[in-house]
Design a protein around this ligand. Structure first.
Ligand code: ADP
Length: 274
């Protein structure tokens, strides 16, 4: 081989063969990996470039909205429509950037001790504000253990689950946020009494842009990227997402963390005598 050797990406498959032998199959996936890297960087660059023009549009539309306030007519409704669409694009660009950051940056040492009491309170406040006009009942249950990880990523993942619960639960429904932990694992659970999801959709929910009912989801402000972000964050925390749902009855989204991610408060009964 001449010149520098490029790093290769390979998958290895080990197949038992005969009594004591193993067959090792190596597949060169360098080109697949390279294409995937190009896709990720392209999406990140485009999203980044779109941010500035969208901010300018947003700013001017706010000014126009003020100028035409109190007047009836086509111009005002046109401005309202443009503001709504620009807002949607901003949400989409923010979600695309968040997703590509999770895909392209290595998971840094995820060792913040996350105060779950404070995080749950913040999430309950978000649910209350988002569902203010729906009178949803918000309940919180906290086991008192803390979680070890990246607080910003975890907050954004949990917020996505809470936002979804609020969006898909009708007026008067209930949303429960539960944090439970034992010696083997920790579970952050969002339970809603909303519209539910048909079973056939469940395996695809964490795919980018997958929507159960695209019109309804778009109208409710969703970008189709929320659960993809949740899945990526959980992967970076050695955790997984479990979804259970009954159409018309509600959904339960559970984030399951391994015990290595848990921190329990010291047990006073085990404290050494003074
Ligand atoms: P979106 O931004 O459109 O909400 P998500 O990736 O967060 O995208 O969710 C994907 C789809 O899963 C949504 O379009 C919605 O149809 C469905 N979904 C997510 N959470 C819930 C929920 N709590 N109840 C019912 N449907 C849900």
């Amino acid at each position: 081989l001449k010149g520098p050797v490029e790093p290769m990406a390979v998958t290895l498959q080990i197949i038992p063969f005969g009594a004591n032998e193993r067959l090792v199959m190596a597949r060169d996936i360098t080109h697949v990996k390279r294409l995937e890297d190009m896709r990720q960087h392209f999406v990140a660059d485009v999203s980044h470039e779109l941010r500035t023009p969208l901010t300018v549009l947003h700013g001017f539309l706010e000014t126009f909205a003020d100028l035409f306030e109190g007047q009836d007519g086509e111009v005002r409704s046109g401005i309202a429509l443009m503001r709504e669409q620009v807002e949607r694009m901003r949400r989409l660009v923010d979600d695309l950037l968040a997703l590509s950051r999770l895909e392209t940056t290595p998971a840094r040492a995820h060792d913040d001790v996350v105060d779950m009491g404070a995080l749950l309170k913040g999430l309950a406040d978000i649910a209350t504000v988002l569902g203010a006009d729906r009178g949803q009942r918000i309940e919180v249950e906290n086991c008192g253990a803390d979680l070890v990880g990246n607080v910003d990523e975890l907050r954004s993942a949990f917020t996505n689950l809470v936002q979804n619960a609020v969006r898909h639960t009708p007026a008067g429904g209930s949303i429960r946020l539960v944090w439970r932990a034992d010696a083997s694992e920790g579970r952050f659970v969002v339970i809603d009494s909303g519209e539910g999801i048909a079973e056939r959709h469940i395996p695809f929910l964490t795919q980018r842009f997958y929507r159960v009912d695209s019109d309804r989801s778009r109208a409710s402000g969703g970008t189709g990227l929320g659960l993809a972000i949740v899945a990526k964050v959980l992967l970076r925390h050695d955790a997984r997402l479990a979804v259970e749902s009954v159409l018309g009855r509600g959904s339960t989204f559970t984030c399951v963390f391994p015990s290595s991610r848990l921190k329990f408060p010291p047990d006073p009964s085990r404290a050494p005598p003074p």
